[in-house]
Ligand binder design. Structure first.
Ligand code: KIV
Ligand code: ZN
Length: 515
């Protein structure tokens, strides 16, 4: 039965792999498992959990996800080399539904300059990779990296051979985000038409957003026969990102008249998933982002407001609650005890086995509940992310912070922090209280890291909401994101700066799949 006639669209989420290739977006194992559980709840069919050969940490995270996830397929990326494939195979082994996604570049520019291989060598390697992967699972996906700039006849040859070798999914990536929707659709249609055994596999598309076309290109591929879309939450990903899952899913759902396809996505979990990914990666969602941006359903002009009040569909093509807006749940409050806290954590997919970590998280929760009467799920996620200070080491810790800002006076900060258990204190002036705080921290730590980004967002609405701060630091070719949350945004900023410093110093090295 030809797969392209199926009316099911497979949603392959690569937030934990391509998404993690966004500068500084690396996540801890605990955070990855938490996101994977949320993706499963969302109804994603395939979770690309990482690139097993990147580092021992990546391998272990994939393994932990493979042990935890029950319904979604768990996949690892692997270059077309035996050692990578073996690592990927071992990492996904605990999962009942496991996939290996192996790839090699097929464009002249990549073969000549990066791989230094001939077409014949690439073809041979691709076939070897698929056959080798079949030793670990019968669910093997093959991707031709930079398919967008590859010679179509060579692509046909490679896909024909890899299907014969046993690949079940053929992925066609626009690795560099170069396509236009009509050309990408044409390419997909041609491949399906020209590859002799194309009806034996699921055709997949993987688009990057360099020209802002990732979603449009993916949908054009779907119209032309693709039945798997590779995408990420919030469109995270290498450079300008990947096609965003929420936009793909809601386009297919809202325009059923065009696509006539079903997905298994429970759309009411879209916004909570977007918020979780944003909190964990430190990548804020722009307010005007489709579906998950804070303004996506906000009507500003009087005419629009009047229209919506009279008849919602005058200006709305989707219902906010269908994508999870308004699902903000008051989780806990000041009087909630340890058991209530622990059960809410479990409901949110957070299991803390270590009693000390649970106690520390509970104490933080109590402190927060003193400042903020209603604690939402987002607050809990932020609190837990802080508890597991990403980056494995916790060399620097904030003890206390005092800032002074008054009109007409130079803002100043006094900080007390520990470095490797020893207390240090410093004072500094600055352009504002945050600037003064960062200068005070730097006078102690002397990291000389470059500050690339400082952003503040409120976690929930209202002025008593916690401010969530992201600080991006770079040094010696490494970029990291630090996060901090607090009802006082200057304290949140100090926490975020210190978190980023801890990550910078953790020096966790990982290989990049495409290098
Ligand atoms: O963009 C790309 O080509 C990739 C492949 C590894 C699928 O991410
Ligand atoms: Zn990619």
């Amino acid at each position: 039965m030809p797969k392209i006639n199926d009316n099911k669209l497979i949603i392959f989420d690569t937030t934990l792999r391509d998404g993690e290739q966004s500068p500084g977006a690396s996540m801890t194992q605990e955070e990855k498992v938490r996101i994977a559980k949320q993706l499963e709840k969302l109804g994603v069919n395939v979770i690309e959990a990482g690139f097993a050969a990147a580092s021992p940490g990546d391998f272990e995270s994939i393994q932990a996800i493979a042990k935890t996830i029950k319904t979604s397929t768990v996949c690892s990326l692997a270059r077309a080399v035996e050692a990578d494939i073996e690592k990927a195979g071992k990492a996904v082994m605990p999962s009942n539904n496991r996939r290996i996604h192996t790839f090699i570049a097929t464009s002249k520019i990549h073969m000549k300059n990066k791989l230094r291989m001939t077409e014949a060598e690439v073809l041979e390697r691709a076939v070897m990779a698929v056959k080798w992967a079949l030793n670990f699972t019968d669910d093997v996906e093959f991707s031709a990296e930079d398919a967008v700039r590859s010679d179509i006849n060579f692509l046909v040859e490679v896909f024909d051979a890899t299907i014969k070798a046993g690949a079940k999914t053929i992925n066609v990536p626009d690795t560099v985000g170069y396509s236009m929707p009509h050309t990408w659709g044409e390419r997909m249609a041609k491949l399906i038409e020209q590859v002799p055994n194309s009806n034996e596999v699921v055709w997949s598309t993987h688009c990057h957003n360099d020209l802002g076309m990732a979603v449009a290109n993916s949908l054009s591929a779907v119209i032309n026969g693709a039945r798997q879309v590779e995408c990420t939450i919030n469109g995270l990903g290498e450079r300008a990102g990947n096609a965003s899952l929420e936009e793909i899913v809601m386009a297919v759902k809202t325009r059923r008249d065009i696509f006539n396809l079903e997905t298994t996505i429970n759309s009411e979990f879209i916004v909570p998933t977007s918020k979780l990914v944003s909190t964990i990666t430190g990548y804020p969602v722009q307010p005007n982002k489709a579906i998950v941006g804070a303004n996506a359903f906000a009507h500003e002009s009087g005419i629009h407001q009047d229209g919506v009040l009279k008849h919602r569909e005058t200006y709305e093509i989707m219902r906010a609650q269908d994508v999870g807006w308004g699902a903000n749940k008051i989780s806990l409050g000041k009087l909630s005890g340890r058991n209530a806290f622990k059960s809410r954590l479990l409901e949110l997919g957070i299991e803390i086995e270590n009693a000390e970590t649970l106690n520390a998280a509970f104490s933080r929760f109590k402190l927060l509940a003193d400042k903020k009467s209603e604690i939402f799920d987002e607050d809990i996620h932020a609190l837990i992310s802080e508890e597991y200070v990403a980056g494995a080491i916790d060399l620097h810790k904030l003890v206390s912070l005092k800032t002074n800002s008054e009109t007409g006076k130079v803002p100043a900060a006094e900080i007390k922090m520990t470095v490797d258990g020893k207390i240090f204190e410093a004072k500094a002036d600055g352009g504002g209280p945050v600037d003064a705080t960062f200068k005070a921290i730097e006078s102690i730590v002397k990291s000389e890291a470059e500050l690339l980004l400082f952003s503040v967002n409120n976690i929930t609405s209202g002025t008593d909401s916690q401010g969530e701060v992201t600080v991006r630091l770079a040094k010696g070719g490494r970029t990291v994101n630090g996060q901090g949350a607090d009802t006082d945004i200057v304290v949140a900023s100090a926490k975020a700066y210190i978190n980023a410093l801890n990550k910078l110093l953790s020096k966790l090295e990982r290989a990049h799949p495409q290098v």
